[in-house]
Design a protein around this ligand. Structure first.
Ligand code: GNR
Ligand code: NI
Length: 172
């Protein structure tokens, strides 16, 4: 397993729409393992392939609490097939937007269809943090970020701050 570098905004790769995974083979499983290692190392509770520059439709997550056993899940070619009318608000963060947190309102519960690491079709009902995280990761696969749900003022402010940082580190 190899820890990969996480891409930070305003890198345009984060705005790309990812392509379906054609076949769940050993290469895809190795990629998923790298993504899990990168996520745990960060640390974060989710990671989409585009965040390490791989434009394929898969993400990993583990929303287990610190005192609970690890529960890594790999979602390949995920699709939300149902969302609740009811919404919930979570303070979200993103490994591609370090140290920035804001409340986001999303459907409280979702049903997601995906392929697991064996390539079998699976369905999962999710609520609370898991539901939020699944939607956050699926957005990544479509080039969408949680700051897109904020006011233009807030989003512009964040983008400007990270653009400036990128410029600084390019110079150094
Ligand atoms: O680590 C993460 N925490 C988090 C908290 C609330 C809602 C979503 C997330 S996902 C984020 C990791 C990440 O950037 N995944 O794309
Ligand atoms: Ni994210």
């Amino acid at each position: 397993m190899t820890k990969r570098d996480i891409i930070i905004i305003p890198d345009p790769v984060l705005r790309e729409v990812c392509e379906p995974v054609a076949k769940v083979d050993d290469a895809v499983r190795a990629l998923a393992d790298d993504m899990l290692e990168t996520m745990y190392e960060a640390p974060g509770i989710g990671l989409a392939a585009s965040q390490i520059g791989i434009l394929q439709r898969l993400f990993v997550l583990d929303v287990a609490k610190e005192d609970e056993p690890k529960n890594p899940i790999v979602f390949i070619n995920p699709k939300i097939v149902w969302s609740s009318e009811e919404t919930s608000v979570y303070q979200e963060g993103c490994l591609s937007i370090p140290e920035y947190y804001e409340d986001v309102e999303r459907p409280a519960r979702v049903k997601v269809q995906f392929q697991n690491r064996e390539g079998s079709e699976q369905e999962m009902d999710a609520d609370s943090l898991l539901a939020t995280c699944i939607q956050h990761e699926l957005d990544h696969l479509n080039g969408k970020l949680f700051i897109d749900y904020l006011s233009k003022l807030k989003r512009d402010r964040v983008m400007k701050k990270f653009a400036k940082q990128a410029k600084q580190s390019a110079k150094a």
